[in-house]
Design a binder for this molecule. Sequence first.
Ligand code: A2P
Length: 275
Amino acid sequence: MQYSEEKVILNNGSYMPSIGFGTSLIEGKECILNVKQALEAGYRHIDTASAYENESYIGEAIKESNIPREEIFITSKVWKDSMGYEKTIESFNKSLQNLGLDYIDLYLIHWPRNNDKNLNIETWRALEDLYKQGKVKAIGVSNFLKHHLDIILDNCEIVPMVDQLEIHPGLTRKETVKFCKENNIVVEAWAPLGKGKMLQNEKLVEIAEKYNKSVAQICIKWCLQNGIVPLPKTTNWNRMLENKDVFDFLILDEDIDFINSMSFFAGSDMDPNKS
Ligand code: A2P
């Protein structure tokens, strides 16, 4: 992956802002306010999904922000119960309508199906067609581990541009990230702060103090220095600014290596092998 401070380049040549704003679990008026604030704070990459049930609020926030559409990078995802060729196309059209947009920047398969690999392949075929029709500018997957990606790569016309995974200190997904890098697939990190559970970790607090930064900033910068696009989430204005303010320092290799080697200590309980 090519990486600059502000953006990364996907394998189809399109750009994606290098820090995204996560929106799971925020709905209604709070979501409109939250996303408007994030746009005001300078985020230009918003991550949603049909399963978050907030696409229409995000669409409203984008409209109210008056920021030109082409300046905002929007991701959405097809949920597990809408997989398969026809249902995926239907779900995509619903997302488009809910967002009030005429294209989506990045569309992902939200979770792999472990008990029906053909469903993953059929769903991918739908994403390829949406891409060829120009309704989506880039396509990818989410929560796909190497063995899930193997099946897609063996059966695809278009190699996924992105794989979005739960990644934070203690959960590096080493094998899948290496595989993605070898195949020019950009990795995004959901829950880069481990859903907030990273922030009290003594070792991370120690590293953060050394750089005069917060633990959240260390987690975000650690992603970036590993070539991963973080999607932090916050409902707080100051923390929105804090989470983007990570371009004035570099974490030393020895600290990156240390964080890379941390054992699992917290995160979500969601397992891509059980979806
Ligand atoms: P809040 O919304 O009150 O800021 P993740 O992105 O890994 O899912 O983590 C999100 C959680 O981390 C939320 O609970 C959020 O709470 C909290 N959070 C986000 N940014 C920060 C920050 N800079 N400092 C402390 N907590 C943060």
